[in-house]
Design a protein around this ligand. Structure first.
Ligand SMILES: [Zn+2]
Length: 511
């Protein structure tokens, strides 16, 4: 990879520092732009592009030649960063060739905070205002990085961010860049965001003695990330020290801190999935933040900063969420908010089991783990057809025996299952032959009511029926039915039933 000498292009509203970069056998142009007001404090050297260039060269397995001189500190940092990237992601450590020179400006006295209005950077700002964090004197925004925002929404979001800066009396600097777009084809954002954000901020390096980036992890839950204390520090220059701040705080600590400033808390912006100015209240980022505020007892922030109330059903409907956050979130929820904790556990379990968790809450992976066994995500649970038998365990034997199989329940039958043509047809046939029953069909978009509600449905029915076109007896539906005192009935095509009948154990299973 070859990083060319930057050039400054001045337009009518902004100044753009551009750099030609040759990698992967192609020429690319990277740029970082500032408002014209900041033209006098732009670093005209290549330092702003170095963090991303080093990251990309490492991931591509190319060496890195930097045409224009960089600061000695940054060259040293490049070698340290290559070591960290190799350790974290297994990338090759590139040979970095560059000359060094003293940077022409003495650093300004300022401390810049990379600011997004998310919980992490808002907590750093509040800590600074309280005199317990870095002494922030300016805010830095890398704008336009969010792919889901229309121009109108982006403008409104920027307007709101300026208002926050005005409210706390700090100057704010706005930068835009194409570097995220340029490298996301090669490196996921998760691995590269620290280099993109800090590199862009270094374009205004002559202003700053220190640039602060807020930690999104706490020391209790360390993980490899594109922004981490040891990696971020590598991007420091002779002039500007990079600080990664907030690693000792948990997510709920940060929420509690932000909540002490209600006016700032009302201006949080954590939601980037939807094209809106505020926070939707239903995406994973919103729900994680709302949970953190609820755990911190800051219910008023949930009301003021989000477009809807915190909903356990919305949590259950979530798709994949980052494991590091959800573990931290679930652990922080107290016993007095068990509904919330159960909802996150349901979300987690559904994902871990690839949607195989029982609708009444039976978690097959948990049952196997309880007896020291591991269930692979693609393994079927039950009897026959290569499925693995699931055991209730001796402790659960009593539960099974106690489940009251009275046949005078209000419902003769019930069907609680994921919506498939077979399930819908079975509901129709059962209604025709057995009269009214209880039917609860769910799909991927609406995974369904809380497990406790499905459990109550099972407790009201004599028989639980379900449709299967697999070749085994479904262990999850069966055990859930028995544990709720229902007679289990699996309905399936004749030929499969015939084969299965021959494959089932003749003796009573061990549970
Ligand atoms: Zn949202």
């Amino acid at each position: 990879m070859h990083l060319g000498s930057p050039r400054l292009e001045v337009g009518t509203t902004s100044a753009r520092l551009s750099c030609d970069v040759h990698h992967s056998g192609e020429m690319h142009t990277w740029w970082i732009a500032t408002d014209l007001d900041d033209i006098g404090v732009i670093d005209l050297g290549p330092g702003a592009f170095v963090p991303v260039a080093l990251s990309l060269a490492s991931s591509l397995g190319e060496d890195l030649a930097i045409e224009a001189p960089i600061s000695a500190q940054q060259l040293h940092g490049c070698r340290a960063a290559a070591h960290v990237l190799h350790r974290q992601w297994g990338w090759r450590q590139p040979v970095v060739s560059a000359s060094t020179e003293r940077q022409p400006f003495v650093a300004g006295p300022d401390v810049g905070l990379l600011f997004t209005r998310g919980i992490d950077s808002m907590a750093t700002l509040v800590a600074s205002l309280d005199g317990v964090g870095p002494r922030v004197t300016r805010l830095i925004v890398i704008d336009g990085l969010e792919p889901n925002h229309s121009a109108d929404v982006a403008a409104a979001v920027w307007h709101d961010t300026q208002a926050v800066a005005g409210a706390v009396g700090l100057p704010i600097h706005r930068l835009t860049t194409n570097v995220r777009d340029e490298i996301e084809r090669y490196i996921p954002w998760k691995y590269s965001h620290g280099a993109v954000l800090l590199g862009s901020a270094l374009a205004l390096g002559p202003l700053f003695d220190e640039i602060v980036i807020s930690s999104s992890n706490s020391v209790r839950y360390p993980r490899a990330n594109g922004s981490a204390p040891d990696l971020d520090a590598c991007w420091s220059t002779d002039r500007t020290t990079i600080t990664h701040w907030g690693v000792s705080m948990s997510r709920s600590d940060k929420a509690a801190l932000v909540a002490t400033r209600p006016q700032l808390a009302a201006q949080l912006k954590v939601c980037w999935e939807s094209n809106r100015r505020g926070n939707c209240g239903t995406c994973s980022k919103c729900l994680l933040a709302m949970t953190a505020f609820t755990v911190a007892g800051a219910h008023s922030v949930v009301e003021t900063a989000f477009d809807g109330p915190l909903s356990c059903e919305a949590i259950r409907r979530l798709g994949p969420v980052p494991s590091f956050v959800r573990e931290e979130v679930i652990e922080a929820i107290g016993d007095d908010q068990s509904d919330l904790r159960d909802a996150w556990r349901d979300c987690l379990s559904r994902e871990r089991n690839h949607q195989r968790r029982g609708l009444a809450g039976l978690d097959p992976a948990e049952r196997f783990a309880a007896v020291g066994m591991t269930l692979q995500p693609d393994e079927a649970v039950g009897w026959g057809g290569g499925a693995r038998a699931i055991y209730a365990g001796s402790a659960n034997r009593q539960v099974v025996c106690d489940a009251p199989a009275h046949l005078d329940r209000p419902l003769r039958w019930c069907l609680a299952a994921r919506a498939t043509p077979g399930s819908a047809q079975l509901a129709t046939v059962l209604t025709q032959h057995w009269g009214h029953g209880g039917v609860m069909l769910t799909d991927d978009v609406t995974p369904g009511p809380p497990p406790a509600a499905v459990g109550r449905l099972l407790q009201q029915a004599d028989v639980r029926c379900w449709w299967s076109d697999h070749d085994h007896l479904d262990g999850i539906c069966l055990l859930e039915a028995i544990e709720h005192g229902c007679v289990p009935v699996q309905v399936m095509p004749d030929d499969l039933a015939e084969t299965l009948r021959a494959a089932l154990p003749r003796q009573r299973p061990a549970w």
